[in-house]
Design a protein around this ligand. Structure first.
Ligand SMILES: [Zn+2]
Ligand SMILES: [Zn+2]
Length: 334
């Protein structure tokens, strides 16, 4: 099979190799379409070191090509979305359902080889058969949407509540749609105005450019009270945490789903005085089915989010496109 192999940071080579021998519980998936995200970029650039050589990529839809001897849940020919994280299944965290928090969790495309290849091998339990009628491209964003479904659920929005979404990248544009499905009214905030038309088209009631005025006042104006009920942070920057705390009302909730890699200073004085609930949200537990259902039903729209498509041979160009301010989601079609 053909694969894009990262030999060292920024040293990506298209290589031909035999697919690995299938473990009894594993499945080989022919990759139909894959998504590239910030995590892949960080690995490619060397910001996030991995063991080399590594085949990156963790967002994908494909067709089961072969199954290991012990696999009973999927068969060759099944179309699947792949949940690219698997846990040990036996530790206390896994047994209580917190498998996203398992300390032995394995991330496909990071800890083991992923989907920037013609095929990828994953444990059968990672394969989620997809609903009939939903196209591969529609389902491409299942993985990031599952992240967002969990983040929004952690924030327990109630119909009619006012919510703010920080960031208008892929996660932000998905989060505002999930919040709308749950009945919340949404203010979208970003550093530039260029995706605000799209955010409104996808259901944001208002937009605000960060940097234009005091965010506390913006939250109060949008909510008609002391601030918004809920903030979903998707920007993943240190300052976004502070922005979330400015927007939220006393007694409100802040869900952090972006991963700020730099140290963040937070004024906990306000967190205590205003009884703000801050919740972390880490990938997903059982949110894949709901994510696929939302996509298949058209309740979450992603067509406008997939801005670029590249063949596997052009993966370097795909990484360059990821950094292009005009891009939202870059797809790779092996
Ligand atoms: Zn990703
Ligand atoms: Zn575990």
């Amino acid at each position: 099979m053909k694969a894009a192999v990262l030999r060292a940071p920024r040293d990506l080579r298209i290589e031909q190799s035999d697919p690995p021998v299938l473990a009894p519980d594993s499945v080989r998936v022919r990759v139909s379409i894959a998504g590239l995200c910030g995590t892949d970029y960080r690995i490619w650039s060397g910001d996030r070191p991995v063991r080399y050589p590594r085949i990156m990529g963790h967002e994908f839809v494909g067709v089961v090509e072969a199954v290991g001897a012990a696999v009973t849940t999927v068969r060759p020919g099944d179309r699947v979305a792949v949940e690219p994280n698997y846990s040990c299944g036996v530790c206390p965290l896994c047994r209580e359902g917190n498998r996203n928090l398992c300390l032995a969790r394995v991330a496909v495309g990071i800890d083991v080889d992923g989907c920037f290849a013609q095929s990828a091998s994953v444990p059968a339990r990672c394969c989620r058969p997809v609903p009939a009628g939903a196209s591969d491209e529609q389902l491409l964003l299942t993985e990031p949407l599952a992240v967002v479904v969990r983040a929004v659920s952690r924030g327990t929005p109630r119909p009619g509540e006012r919510a703010a979404v920080l960031g208008v990248g892929t996660l932000g544009l998905l989060a505002l749609q999930v919040l709308r499905v749950r009945g919340a009214r949404v203010l979208a905030l970003g550093r530039t105005t260029k995706r605000f038309d799209l955010a409104r088209e996808l259901g944001a009631e208002a937009t605000h450019r960060i940097g234009d005025g005091d965010l506390g006042a913006v939250g109060r104006a949008f909510s008609g009270r002391e601030g918004v009920d809920l903030v979903v942070e998707t920007a993943g920057t240190a300052e976004a945490v502070a922005h979330a705390l400015e927007l939220v009302r006393p007694g409100g909730r802040v869900v952090l789903t972006g991963l700020p890699h730099e140290p963040t200073s937070v004024s906990f004085f306000g967190v205590v005085r205003r009884e703000v609930t801050i919740l972390g949200s880490m990938i997903y537990q059982d949110e894949f089915p709901e994510a696929m259902r939302l996509l298949a039903a058209g309740q979450v729209r992603t067509q406008a989010l997939v801005t670029h498509r590249f063949a596997l041979d052009a993966l370097d160009a795909a990484f360059a496109a990821h950094r292009d301010p005009a891009s939202i989601k870059v797809a790779v079609v092996p």
